[in-house]
Design a protein around this ligand. Structure first.
Ligand code: FAD
Ligand code: UDP
Length: 368
């Protein structure tokens, strides 16, 4: 008899498995329908011996010391501050848009104060900031919005920014200084030996039994267990009773080139051209030295594995119906990006799993 059947071995499921096993000495069966643990953060050595992220670039960043300290139990870190360039009007310029972006794109020599004025002269008045279009045009105006955000977003989501919640494009800041870091968080780093090693260390307990290539549907009636943590898509758990929740997918094309480097930074975005949104070159992230280099091209798609919840009001309303069912399902906790339909980064999923653990501890103390 397992105390817990945990569905999905990404950050959500693995953190909870680790906590139950080590803090409460409970027995866990952790399953995943993929052939590996790590969920979307999984990384591996490819045939050329280069570390790649199978499901696209994963850069760790957080402002939470608690989350950073917790993950540091399972990995050492490599300092890494993420920089991204965008190919716009045939030039490679920094994104987030900053002082250098505008000066380079328009052949100007503005300082920060002048750029603030420049933005102000172009910003559109928006009464209430609601959509992913609003948050950008209200700061930099329509031209930069179209160059950097509209095409990329249409490609990435299959929707115009005006159809998406403001939180989507608001993930990317807009600056008037020369700061060219993609993230503003206090902790920015990569697991020194990769994510897979981090997960191996996290799941190394005699209380945790792992089964990959195992779907919940195929084992739920056969494996004796007392409670469930479910981290897969919530609509699937309830047999799509209220219709399919939209999740956006990607097709990843991994390519190795017989040359040491392909591009100047880890990620280059393509908001105006090509069917792919961005190219990632892993050696910038991992610090690996190798005569060849591996790249990943990301092609957005409506079909395929669910990777992103699609944030807008209609989808949130549909999710709320599933959430109400989830809350009324005893013995099952829904955690993670797919099960709570939240566009969460890794650190937020870890934070959500740790707080779920604390809530469960409080609840199961009172219910035998
Ligand atoms: P997942 O990692 O999706 O894990 C869920 C697991 O459940 C999957 O392995 C799935 O196979 C399994 N599963 C689902 N249903 C079943 C079932 N019925 N039976 C068995 N198993 C099942 N975050 C960052 O912080 N920084 C980044 O740079 C970053 N980049 C990203 C880039 C891309 C392209 C994507 C898609 C995401 C990125 N993220 C990034 C987000 C990050 O991937 C997630 O926050 C995190 O991995 C979510 O963890 P999770 O456990 O909730 O879900
Ligand atoms: N975005 C954009 N242009 C860019 C970068 C981002 O329009 O050059 C928008 C796009 O809608 C994207 C969102 O901002 O989906 C969030 O970007 P982020 O880089 O955080 O996406 P993720 O890494 O989660 O795919």
């Amino acid at each position: 008899m397992y105390d817990w059947l945990i569905v999905g071995a990404g950050f959500a499921g693995s953190v909870l498995a680790e906590r139950f096993a080590s803090v409460r000495n409970e027995r866990v069966l952790l399953i995943d329908r993929r052939s590996h643990v790590g969920g979307n953060a999984y990384d591996r050595y490819n045939d050329d011996g280069i570390i790649v992220h199978q499901y696209g670039p994963h850069i760790f960043h957080t402002n939470s010391k608690q989350i950073f300290d917790y993950l540091s139990l399972f990995t050492e870190w490599r300092p890494y501050a993420h920089k991204v360039l965008a190919e716009v009007d045939g030039m490679l310029v920094p994104i987030p848009i900053n002082l250098d972006t505008v000066n380079k794109l328009y052949g100007l020599n503005l300082n920060s104060e002048q750029l603030a004025e420049w933005f102000k002269a172009r910003a559109e008045k928006v009464d209430s900031l609601r959509t992913s279009e609003d948050v950008v045009v209200s700061v930099v105006g329509r031209e930069l919005y179209e160059k950097f955000f509209q095409g990329y977003t249409r490609k990435q989501w299959g929707l115009d920014p005006s159809e998406l919640d403001k939180s989507v494009t608001a993930r990317v800041p807009i600056r008037t200084n020369r700061d060219d870091l993609y993230f503003g968080d206090e902790y920015q780093c990569m697991p020194l030996y990769g994510y897979n090693r981090l997960f191996e260390n996290m799941l190394r307990s005699n209380n945790i039994h792992i089964m990959t290539k195992t779907d919940y549907r195929d084992v739920k009636d056969y494996v004796p267990h007392r409670r469930v943590i479910y981290t897969g898509p919530i609509d699937e758990y309830f047999d799509f009773r209220f219709g399919r929740l939209p999740y956006r997918s990607l097709r990843f094309e991994h390519v190795t080139r017989d040359q040491p480097w392909h591009q100047p930074v880890a990620v280059v975005n393509y908001p105006q051209t090509n069917d792919y949104t961005r190219i990632t070159e892993y050696k910038h992230l991992t610090g690996q030295q190798h005569p060849k280099t591996t790249l990943t091209y990301e092609y957005p798609s409506s079909a395929g594995d669910p990777y992103y919840p699609v944030p807008n009001a209609a989808n949130q309303e549909q999710f709320k119906k599933y959430e109400r069912l989830a809350l009324a399902t005893p013995g099952v906790w829904f955690v993670g990006r797919l099960a709570t339909y939240k566009y969460y980064n890794m650190d937020q999923v870890v934070g959500q799993a740790l707080s779920t653990f604390r809530r469960i501890c409080a609840a199961v103390m009172t219910v035998p």
